[in-house]
Design a protein around this ligand. Structure first.
Ligand SMILES: C[S@@+](CC[C@H](N)C(=O)[O-])C[C@H]1O[C@@H](n2cnc3c(N)ncnc32)[C@H](O)[C@@H]1O
Length: 219
């Protein structure tokens, strides 16, 4: 199956620290899944009331912090970057978390090919790569097709929560979601349970304002 030709992620260094490499060697099998057929993520956590798909978990600090805060919710983190997956595995072990599974995959490929329609409770998308230059805008993950894809995969009343520290991207996201008639929502206050990741911290240091947005599927 072909992966999308325009990548929303950067092909960054793939070098793992020794600890990340060891975690990948010894724990990847316990906390990850290789998706080759239809996947209902709620089936991965039969005892949880809600299961959230996170797109682009990065180094996993927010993922692990939120999973610790909500032990009754399951989380499926989708990421392409191996050092980030290794870092999240280390946090899972350190915090003894039982409510996270990892998938190494392009999230749009996963959604398009393996996630059934109307099956997701919620999606988290924190600090998607902003691709600030005009010629890079096509690489932003939030595009009309992506918004429609998320609408198809969420259950009715399901939601997507997005955060970005790049104001022009926040405006771009607002326009794309307002243009799609299947969502209601907009800017929300930052929830106190969303930890500051290293990536967000770097933005804050540069004086960037952070915008949280939440859109609920209405049909
Ligand atoms: C700027 S980082 C933010 C990471 C993290 N969410 C945080 O708040 O620190 C964006 C992450 O999204 C990942 N990403 C981008 N497009 C993706 C896709 N289509 N599928 C999976 N991960 C993706 C990148 O590899 C990168 O790690």
């Amino acid at each position: 199956m072909e992966r999308p030709s325009i990548r929303s992620y950067a092909l960054r260094g793939n070098r793992l620290t020794r600890a990340q490499a060891l975690a990948m060697q010894t724990q990847w099998g316990n906390f990850s899944l290789q998706v080759e057929s239809e996947l209902r993520i709620n089936d991965l956590f039969p005892d949880k009331k809600q299961v959230i798909l996170e797109i682009g978990s990065g180094m996993g600090e927010a993922t692990a912090g939120i999973a610790e805060h909500f032990p009754d919710t399951g989380f499926v983190a989708v990421e392409m970057h191996n050092p980030g997956l290794g870092a999240l595995l280390l946090l899972i072990i350190e915090k003894k978390l039982q409510n996270i599974k990892l998938i190494r995959e392009d999230a749009t490929h996963l959604l398009n090919n393996f996630i059934p329609d109307n099956s997701l409770d919620a999606v988290h998308l924190y600090f998607p790569d902003p691709w600030p230059k005009n010629r890079q805008h096509k690489r932003r993950i939030v595009q009309p097709e992506f918004v429609e894809l998320i609408a198809s995969k969420l259950k009715p009343d399901g939601y997507i929560h997005i955060a970005t520290d790049w104001q022009p991207y926040a405006d771009w996201i607002k326009v794309r979601f307002d243009d799609n008639k299947r969502f209601n929502g907009g800017v929300i206050a930052r929830p106190d349970w969303r930890p500051i990741s290293k990536f967000e911290g770097q933005g804050l240091k540069k004086g960037h304002a952070v915008t949280d947005l939440k859109y609920k599927k209405i049909k």
